[in-house]
Design a protein around this ligand. Structure first.
Ligand SMILES: Cc1cc2nc3c(=O)[nH]c(=O)nc-3n(C[C@H](O)[C@H](O)[C@H](O)COP(=O)(O)OP(=O)(O)OC[C@H]3O[C@@H](n4cnc5c(N)ncnc54)[C@H](O)[C@@H]3O)c2cc1C
Ligand code: FES
Length: 230
């Protein structure tokens, strides 16, 4: 059940180039791995969507890649500040698979510490990063197989596994070509997160749909082409 709450920042850590922001959980449900939360920094008009990275006792944590004004405002909060947090939203990963492997690219690793905590610490993980500084974020997933550009995650995929993946669009497209049944967490700009603004419309199986409602995780060989709403 999604709730919107103002939560207190309890911790901030640098993880390679990313920032892990912890908030006290309050009444918020962690939801299913792969679902997302709309998080809004103090004084900003629009929230931004984030996967839940960690759900530990009394806390939720988000891994932030500060690429623009919204993400930077969240990455620059201080302990004791408040964030508006709304979620969990959308559809997460189906976890009832026999032999999961988690595949993350760059900031796409964000949902997988929580996912592995639910699936079990022995769940294999393959992570890809652009350089060794970015690869420091693999510390969030001990024991993961890590590849660095120009080696791609698709070259390190174990055979016979049920793929759960999150990462840049070309990575997801490459995985979909290898395994049309892979569960893929897609991204689109989202202003509301609950179906009201149509800002996240994408083409799925030839039909325009709102990714915040139909996704962000989509599996079973859909055609997904992020598109500008008509
Ligand atoms: C379901 C979901 C989960 C996400 N989880 C995380 C997460 O865990 N950690 C994290 O750091 N980021 C995550 N993101 C991406 C994050 O929401 C965006 O980077 C953020 O909204 C950018 O806001 P900004 O104001 O900082 O930058 P903006 O100024 O809004 O954007 C900077 C640049 O990035 C592009 N852009 C912005 N948002 C997106 C997007 N969603 N997809 C593609 N391009 C975009 C813009 O066109 C622009 O070129 C997620 C996105 C979605 C949809
Ligand atoms: S983000 Fe508003 S409709 Fe999807």
């Amino acid at each position: 059940m999604p709730l919107r709450e103002r939560r207190r920042v309890t911790g901030i850590e640098s993880v390679g180039p990313y920032t892990l922001v912890r908030v006290d959980r309050g009444n918020l449900d962690a939801g299913v791995p792969g679902q997302f939360f709309m998080v809004e920094a103090p004084g900003r008009v629009l929230p931004r969507p984030f996967s839940l990275c960690l759900a530990e006792a009394g806390e939720l944590a988000f891994l932030i890649d500060a690429i623009g004004p919204g993400t930077t405002a969240i990455a620059e909060v201080s302990v004791g500040d408040s964030l508006h947090v709304f979620g969990p939203l959308g559809n997460g990963f189906r976890l009832d698979v026999e032999r999961p492997v988690l595949v993350g690219g760059g900031i796409g690793i964000a949902p997988f510490p929580f996912t592995r905590s639910v699936l079990g610490a022995g769940t294999p993980v393959v992570l890809g990063f652009r350089n060794s500084h970015f690869a420091e974020a693999a510390a969030l997933l001990p024991g993961a197989e890590v590849v660095i550009d120009p080696v791609l995650v698709t070259e390190a995929l174990p055979a016979g596994r049920d793929i759960l993946a999150c990462g840049p669009e070309p990575m997801l497209e490459a995985i979909r070509r290898i395994d049309p049944a892979a569960q893929l967490a897609w991204e689109a700009p989202m202003a509301c997160g609950y179906g009201a603004c149509f800002g996240c419309v994408v083409e799925i199986d030839g039909t325009l749909k709102r990714l915040c409602l139909e996704g962000p995780v989509i599996g079973g060989a859909p055609a997904v082409f992020p598109a500008v709403p008509a």
